[in-house]
Design a protein around this ligand. Structure first.
Ligand SMILES: Nc1ncnc2c1ncn2[C@@H]1O[C@H](COP(=O)(O)OP(=O)(O)OP(=O)(O)O)[C@@H](O)[C@H]1O
Length: 289
């Protein structure tokens, strides 16, 4: 049975069509990353999967159940973009309090270690830095030992060190056979963590695949060079998905050999050819859409 199954889900907020028929599923033990520009529909999709909002149309199942029923909810954990923390409790007390809400909580020490909170266990929640607050939110989201964990832009406000430690915690969580659904604007985060990426734009899934497949199929190849070539000529090169002219000419193409043959007719210098990164693939996609 699928951990999560979303079929043709739509969501209207008044005149706004936030989701226009979203379909995907997640297997047990899979890490799925949602990428997409601001307003694409990522948070709305998560809130529907969590049973916090009802879809306008379509169906969502968590282990075959409606996410609004308590038995389904008990299997879900969530670290949302904004969460209030009890300011006057110590970090370790907040973890204890949340553990008591669940029938089969993880041991407090395991939760604290997983979220890298041991050093700040005695600190008041109200005195935490932005990154520390995010780590505590992560701890509270895994307290109940959920089978599916939703992380909505989890590493916002974390420094590089905390982010790397956080990625390790997510990987650890996955090794226990758990499913993770994550939204992020850090594309290297999706690349580092996920088995599969879904790109959402304007309420629709526009592409789905492994980070590697997306980079290969959509990102294609980046060709950079100096030289006087008209932008219009670059845009009509074979297989072009995106063009940047900012001191250096940059062309993304799915057919690099054919594009290069034409580029080499011009007087160019400093030629560089490389595979596009996931970030570039993502920009190419949403620019085209
Ligand atoms: N409660 C609401 N009332 C009206 N419109 C809403 C509401 N919630 C979301 N929307 C609209 O639905 C669309 C999708 O929003 P959503 O928050 O799901 O996007 P997102 O992909 O999570 O964006 P971000 O990356 O900025 O968090 C946007 O146009 C947003 O303005």
């Amino acid at each position: 049975m699928k951990a999560i199954e979303v079929v043709n889900v739509t969501k209207h907020f008044g005149n706004v069509e936030a989701l226009k028929g979203v379909t995907f599923s997640a297997d047990q033990g899979e890490v799925l990353a949602f990428l997409g520009p601001n307003g694409a529909g990522k948070t709305t999709t998560i809130s529907i999967m969590l049973g916090m909002r009802a879809p306008t149309g379509g169906t969502v199942k968590v282990y075959g159940m409606d996410p609004r029923v308590p038995r389904a909810r008990a299997r879900l954990g969530a670290m949302l973009q904004e969460s209030d923390l009890p300011a006057t409790l110590k970090v370790k007390e907040a973890v204890e309090l949340f553990r008591r809400l669940y029938p089969r909580p993880l041991p407090a020490r395991q939760v604290m270690e997983m979220a890298d909170l041991m050093d700040i266990a005695e600190r008041l929640c109200g005195n935490l830095s932005g990154g520390q607050r995010r780590r505590l939110s992560f701890a509270l989201s895994v307290c109940g030992n959920p089978d599916v964990l939703f992380l909505d832009e989890p590493t916002v406000a974390m420094d590089v060190q905390s982010r790397t430690a956080f990625w390790e915690s997510v990987r650890q969580f996955k090794t226990q056979g758990k499913t993770v659904i994550l939204t992020t604007h850090h594309l290297e985060e999706a690349d580092a963590l996920s088995d599969r990426v879904l790109v959402i734009d304007q309420g629709k899934v526009i592409v789905e695949g492994t980070p590697k497949a997306i980079k290969e199929q959509v990102g294609g190849t980046r060709i950079r060079f100096h030289g006087q070539v008209q932008e219009q000529q670059l845009r009509t090169l074979p297989g072009v998905t995106r063009v940047n002219i900012n001191g250096v000419n940059e062309v993304y193409t799915r057919t690099p050999e054919a594009a290069l043959r034409e580029i080499l007719h011009h007087d160019i210098t400093d030629l560089e050819v490389s595979k596009a990164s996931l970030e570039e693939a993502f920009l190419n996609l949403t620019a085209r859409n």
